[in-house]
Design a binder for this molecule. Structure first.
Ligand SMILES: [Zn+2]
Length: 484
């Protein structure tokens, strides 16, 4: 049983990964790692350059006899998500990550490991150094700030890359090729409020909580409840029957998360409270049954709340807000016609926040097809127009439409079968990847993404499977040879 990374194979890759662990590189603080790569390139007499943004490019000439092959780009991101357990003392700006080997996996002690995408970066460094590899001209692209907003990829200058074939090393399941991703765009919606004098004094809060939430792209097809939508649904049902006066609706806190909690404050007659409470209980218990297999911790509460000086909305504003939240689309809108199980288009009602004079609502929409994303944004616009709100739609980021006819895909599928005697799984993801951006900035780029098996990235449970790194490297080197 190996006890240190230096005993693991492939040794060059693990040697560089071990070095990477000693260099702080949280998102936004990648420059020391960028400098390490440039120092390695200089040591190996390879061309290297850092762009204004901080992305690094290294070029390596073809091995002898393969000078005429088409160049291939190997790409990974420099930054890592820095998370730790609360009982661990660790300063990500200067402390090294401490690896731990257990039962065939590498972990970090109480922190994220940064195998996402440290293994990708280390394999680029290993390919730079390894003199035994057979390959055509190689370009190594290391981008910054992938985790927070794909910033590095967004700012690559035209002309930075020569190659037309790109292998992204940031996938997390060995034996799987990723060949597509979703583009995304947000909509920011506003409703102007008028408020009135409350006739009644007592305010109540109806709260929905305990939902699972999750990633607004990757988890959108899991059948989970959206707390804002469920709240809007019962408020809409109640508004024809009970004269409650809405003060505010609040829910969600992240653009890319399905909201787990939402609540509404309203003024209501205490003498009729019992029947309103019974109504909500019946309606919400039906919802609990609908979601029973997915939302095991679904909960709600209805209780008096301190009203302070907040006045309720006029009935027109109250209607507009509830109608909008109830009709606003949320969830999967279409599935990909060729790739089983892949969500093609979806939208997430992410956040609602009510200030004194207006409500702000954020929706985040995704599609691997640009025109379908545009149609989804238009759909939101139309619903907002019907309800009398205003909408702003800032520019989004592009998707990467799966190309099942890709020449690169065909070559690598064949290589995989030759090396391992079995087929790969071909997938696309319903989330943003750097390839979407790179493909837009470099039209005609043929791209594929693969990597070793990494579990629980972005959390202190992150781990990378040692055997999968060996298989991944074996495949990567065979692929480079085939492409030469
Ligand atoms: Zn990553």
């Amino acid at each position: 049983m190996p006890s240190s990374l230096t005993e693991l194979k492939p040794s060059l890759l693990w040697k560089h990964f071990e070095q990477i662990l000693t260099i702080p590189h949280c998102s936004g603080h990648e420059q020391k790692l960028a400098d390490y790569i440039i120092a390695q390139a200089r040591r190996l007499n390879l061309f290297s350059i850092k762009d204004k943004t901080g992305n690094v490019l290294v070029r390596k000439n073809a091995s002898a006899g393969h000078e005429n092959a088409e160049p291939v780009i190997l790409q990974g991101h420099l930054d890592m998500v820095c998370e730790k357990n609360s009982d661990i003392v660790h300063d990500f700006s200067k402390d090294r990550i401490v690896p731990e080997i257990r039962e065939g996996w590498v972990y970090a002690k109480g922190t994220t490991l940064g195998s996402d995408n440290g293994i990708g970066v280390a394999s680029g460094l290993a390919a730079m150094e390894d003199a035994q590899l057979v390959h055509g001209p190689l370009e190594f692209l290391f981008t910054i700030d992938e985790e927070r907003g794909l910033t590095g990829a967004r700012r690559i200058e035209p002309g930075f890359l020569k190659g037309k074939k790109l292998i992204n090393l940031d996938s997390e399941e060995e034996g799987t090729f990723t060949i597509g991703c979703a583009g995304g765009a947000d909509s920011e919606i506003n409703f102007a409020f008028k408020r009135k004098r409350a006739k009644l004094k007592q305010a109540y809060r109806l709260k929905i909580f305990g939902l699972r939430g999750g990633h607004s792209g990757l988890d959108i097809n899991q059948g989970r409840g959206n707390a804002i939508k469920l709240l809007a649904r019962v408020l809409w049902q109640a508004k024809g029957l009970f004269a409650f006066e809405l003060i505010r609706v609040e829910g969600g806190n992240k653009r890319n998360a399905i909201p787990r909690e939402a609540w509404a404050d309203f003024v209501f007659d205490p003498a009729k409270f019992k029947s309103l409470a019974a109504f909500f209980q019946t309606a919400l218990d039906k919802i609990r049954v609908e979601y029973r297999s997915v939302e095991k911790d679904f909960q709600y509460g209805l209780a008096p709340v301190d009203r302070k000086s907040d006045e309720p909305l006029t009935s027109a504003c109250q209607d507009a807000l509830i109608n909008f939240l109830f009709t606003c689309p949320h969830g999967v809108l279409s599935m990909h016609p060729e790739m089983a199980g892949l969500v093609e288009t979806s939208t997430n009602l992410a956040i609602v926040h009510c200030a004194k004079s207006r409500a702000q609502i954020i929706c985040s929409s995704r599609s691997s097809v640009a025109s379908a994303l545009e149609a989804t944004r238009n759909l939101l616009k139309a619903v907002v127009q019907l309800s009398g709100g205003k909408i702003k739609q800032p520019e989004g980021y592009p998707g990467w439409a799966p190309d099942l006819q890709s020449a690169l895909l065909k070559t690598l599928k064949d290589v995989y079968v030759r090396v391992f005697g079995k087929e790969t799984r071909i997938v696309a993801v319903h989330a943003g990847l750097e390839c979407g951006i790179i493909g837009e900035r470099f039209p005609g780029m043929d791209m594929i993404s693969f990597g070793p098996t990494i579990e629980h990235p972005h959390s202190p449970e992150e781990r990378v499977q040692i055997a999968s790194v060996e298989s991944y490297w074996r495949f990567l080197t065979a692929a480079l040879q085939s492409l030469s």
